[in-house]
Design a protein around this ligand. Sequence first.
Ligand SMILES: [Zn+2]
Length: 387
Amino acid sequence: MIIAILLGLQIGAVPPSVVSARAGTLESVVPLVETSAGRVLRLDRLAPALPITVRAEGPGEFLVSLFDVAMRLSDQVPYARVGTTLIPLGGAPLMDRGALLVPLQLVSEVLPRLVPSRLSYDPVRSELRVLRGATAATPTPAARSRTKRRVVVDAGHGGPDNGMTGPIGSRQKIREKDITLAVSMELAKALRREGIEVIMTRTTDTLIGLYDRGPIANERGGDLFLSIHVNAANLRWRRPGDARGYETYFLAEAKTEDERRVERMENEAIRFETTVQAPKNDPLSFIIHDMAQNEHLRESQELAAAIQAGLGRVHPGPSRGVKQAGFVVLTTAFMPAVLVEIGFGTNVAEARYLATPARQREIADAIAHATMAYLEGYERRLGSAGR
Ligand SMILES: [Zn+2]
């Protein structure tokens, strides 16, 4: 009896001897090799189930391509490089007769975080799964330039997450989630009138997780992601009720205290979520997402500038400019993505403005027109780049 129990414990503790990649019924099984630096495997052997290629670029230097992400690994260096970001590895990659061996952690942790909408790792089966519909790289807007444009409209907050409420010093309250939904519905209408296909992350008063909004956009093949929000003044400001105006964000590291304030405020919504896919306080996951987004950074910035200028034609408040911050909702959308703060709900006049249906339509039309202008410019840029 005792022997059986001990045996059972021992079996339970035996580490896996293989790791596999699976895409539907296609499976690649790769043996794990025990080394003094821990368990390693040949990364290229995860193909063909995993759409990965490993190419030697120089002595001890390797370029790994996975979906649309390029990662560099060096022999004996315990970091992976994606763009200019260093991702710490559980151990250093090794070379064995010209082949690259990597620590298991690269497969179990780093790769799924690099492309969270396309990969997940099952530690029980030591299996890296290619998620359905993810076997081919997501077509880029360029690849789809001849087909109908798809814009994702994301109404901020919803359900138990009211977002901000305001204004300060008034008994009549507005809730951010109602304003964002009303404006987003109008925005969808305006874009559809222009022949755009619109995907909405929500059309009712429901809670959609911040980490789920981007994947919804990715799975539905969005070309652009527009997230609509209402700003709130910091109560510690000298006259918080006076703050007014509109600003448009693209995803990048927040540089100013004000950008960090809006970043904190919008990322707060995570506390309403019972299951959050990516841990909130995981700087690594943010950096990786950010890098995956980088290719869209310039385009996101262009789109933000177009929207900010467009709003300037209708909005009574001052322009607070194009800004940048690390919004969770933008990190998982692999397309040009912006977050628009359409005004301050904490200001009495602006709250009234934002709650007026005719004004909501104006705001939506301005964002829609700016989006169309951006798309035309984008198409022209693609056209001239192709010649
Ligand atoms: Zn918000």
